[in-house]
Structure formats: C-alpha cells, structure tokens
Design a binder for this molecule. Structure first.
Ligand code: UD1
Length: 358
C-alpha cells in the first residue's frame, strides 16, 4: 500500500501543474522536492506563495547548466533523497530536465512513477522536451493524460493502454481556481500598460539562443508593435540576445521582468492577442478565449488548435496573422474534454485506486 508520495518540481510550469494535485492528495503523506532548476525568486518562490504550494521539503539547488550537467545534478541529488525518504510513488510533471531525471532515478530504484501530462508529442526530436517526454513515459507506471490523442501516442510507443488515464488538465485547474483574481485593470495600472496590447513571451532555444535568429524575431515583433503595443515579460533565457537585438528600441514595446502567476494571467486575459513559444500558454489562451499565435513549426498540444484559439506561425507569418487576429471580432473556441477544473481530483483518484489507499 502507498503511504508516501514525493512530488518532484523544477521549473515554473511544474509548479502551476502540481498545485491542484498536491491539494487533492492532501490526506496522504506528501513531500515536495524542488530540484532548483529554476531558482530566481520570480520564477519559483512567487509561484509557491501564490499557488498555495507547501514549502519544498528540500531544494537541491542544481541551477543552470548544460543538459548533461543539469540532468546529472538533479539525478545525484534525487537519488540521495529517494533513498533517504523511500517514497512509495514519485510524481513528475511535464517535460523539463528535472522530469526525466526524476523518472530515471526512481525507475532504477524501483520506485513507481506517475507522469502528469503524459503522451504529448511534437514529433520534433530537436526539442529537448520531446526527448524528456518520450523517455519519461517509458519509465512511468501511471501516465496521466491531458488530451485524448495522447493515449494513442503512448500506445504507438508500446505503452500498455491500462497505464494511461485521461484526467484533464491540472494547469487549467489552477487557472479556473484563480479566475476571480485576474484583475486586468490592476495589472494595467501596476505596469503602466495601454488599453490595447499584444502580450508576448519568447524563451525556446530555437527562437532565442542564436543571436541571428533572435534578431530576426525582434524584427518581426517590432512589426507587430507597428500595429499595436507589445508587452513582453522576458524570461531570463532570451534576455541578453533579445535586448542586444534591440527589442526595447521600439517605442511601443514594453519590456517587463518575469511576472508572478496572478499578474501574468491577468495580463494575458486583458491582451488583444498573445504571441508565444510557450507550451502552457497555448492551453491557457484556449480557455481564456484570447487569440494565440505560436511561433513554432509544430505543437505537442494540437487540441489548442482544434478546440482553442491557437495558430502556428512562422516568423514571416507573424505580422499578417497578428493583423488578422486584431481585426477579428472574436475567436471561436470550445473547452477540450475534462479541462473543467477537476483534473487534480481525478489524478488523486487514479493514484488512490492504483495504490489501494482509497
Ligand atoms: C526550462 C525547460 C522548458 C520550459 C521552461 C519554462 C528544459 C530542457 N527546459 O527552460 O521546457 O518551457 O523551463 O520556463 O528543462 N535562468 C535564470 N534563472 C532561473 C532559471 C534559468 O536566469 O531561475 C536562465 C539561465 O541563464 C539558464 C537559462 O535561463 O541558463 C535556461 O534555464 P533552464 O532551466 O536550463 O531552461 P529554460 O530555458 O528555463
């Protein structure tokens, strides 16, 4: 029988997904192990505070580094913690380096793994996240799925169908639980935002790591700013290259520091459109009904296109697509199955019935 659960969290989006799961499993013995992959207060502590997550039981403080260095540091730290704490189940989230590191260590120690957000596939192995997802799913005893097509992806990779459970989307649980707090007027006055603006976020290595690509991206973002003000809270990853390329040198571009969860979603809610390369934001705009232009050649979240407001664009398509989105009266959208605010509870039910605790 399962009595103790260890949640492994490393990055900002992990925290948003974990909050409702930790809350729904509140009656069990839980520990929260923070790898420290994200360490800036604005990417980590603010989210713990706002989302009501318990203080981490440990922070491994691994910080930044190359993929091998970062993944290895998480593995070494977690092996020590898993041996010491002997959890009966390890829960991992999403597709970041901390996710695969935790799954690998747990599997070698023969501790069962539950993967929240299993089965998403971009089929683009140039993305580190795709490598992390595929391998994490192979190592997981419970694949907790946010979107129906994910079950087919898992089956195609030989993962027994019985391991997959469609539970809905815990990131949307967090969104819906906080809906009353997203005060667009307050966020406008706090950050001096205009009434009408496009909210942009850019942090994918393919878009921001090479100075030439970052410069081309800035040129197109300036093209959007020729149409409407652009507000861009800058993730630390892309900051140097985007600023070097003159991102803030357009009078209608507002560069901000990373925002906390409540302010950020309030800013998204008030935006005329979003331009992004984030995964989670494609889902959040789907629920908020804000048009989303995703600057990527593919998405592991196609349901945000079929049901939501998302559209994939190239750099060259960005300005015309923004013009069209800004001119459209409303983007039709419908809610994907089970994105209803109760995914955390379903995940808890699956874990309890799997472990015999219920
Ligand atoms: C990671 C995830 C990505 C996710 C993103 C969410 C991997 C491979 N990537 O990308 O999938 O979408 O988190 O934000 O796991 N940095 C800071 N402060 C921090 C953290 C990072 O300044 O607290 C800077 C450092 O320069 C660091 C760089 O950002 O080298 C990249 O950080 P890292 O955690 O390696 O990846 P992300 O780009 O944040």
């Amino acid at each position: 029988m399962i009595t103790s659960i260890a949640h492994v969290l490393g990055t900002r989006p992990n925290l948003v997904k974990a909050a409702p799961v930790v809350a729904a499993l509140g009656d069990l013995d839980q520990s929260v192990l923070h790898t420290g992959q994200h360490y800036d207060e604005r990417l980590s502590k603010v989210f713990f505070d706002e989302l009501g997550l318990p203080e981490p039981d440990v922070n491994l403080g691994v910080g930044s580094g190359g993929h091998a260095e970062q993944t290895a540091a998480v593995m070494v730290g977690l092996e020590r913690e898993f041996v010491r704490r002997a959890p009966d189940l390890v829960v991992v989230y999403g597709d970041v380096n901390s996710t695969i590191a935790a799954a690998l260590v747990a599997a070698k120690l023969r501790i069962p793994v539950a993967h929240v957000e299993a089965g998403l596939r971009s089929f683009d192995m140039t993305m580190p996240e795709e490598v992390n997802r595929r391998l994490t799913d192979q190592l997981s005893d419970l694949c907790l799925v946010t979107s129906p097509e994910a079950i087919g992806h898992l089956a195609a990779e030989g993962i027994p169908v019985g391991r997959a459970h469609l539970v809905g989307n815990p990131m949307i649980d967090t969104l819906l639980a906080n809906l009353g707090k997203f005060d667009t007027g307050r966020v406008r006055s706090r950050y001096g935002l205009p009434d009408r603006y496009v909210l942009a976020t850019m942090h994918r290595p393919a878009n921001v790591d090479a100075p030439g690509t970052a410069a081309a991206l800035v040129e197109h973002l300036h093209g959007v700013a020729d149409l409407v003000d652009v507000v861009i809270p800058v993730h630390p990853r892309g900051r140097a290259n985007l600023i070097a390329a003159g991102l803030d040198q357009h009078p209608r571009v507002h560069v901000l520091e990373p925002l906390g969860y409540i302010d950020f979603i309030a800013a998204v809610r008030g935006a005329a459109a979003v331009v992004t390369d984030s995964g989670g934001l494609q889902e959040e705009t789907t629920i908020l009904g804000v048009p989303c232009l995703t600057v990527r050649p593919n998405t592991e979240r196609p349901i945000t296109i079929t049901h939501g407001t998302n559209r994939l664009v190239t750099f060259e398509e960005l300005v015309p697509a923004a013009r069209k989105a800004l001119g459209a009266p409303e983007t039709p959208h419908r809610t994907p199955p089970l994105w209803d605010g109760h995914a955390g509870e379903r995940i808890a039910d699956v874990i309890r019935s799997w472990t015999g605790v219920a």
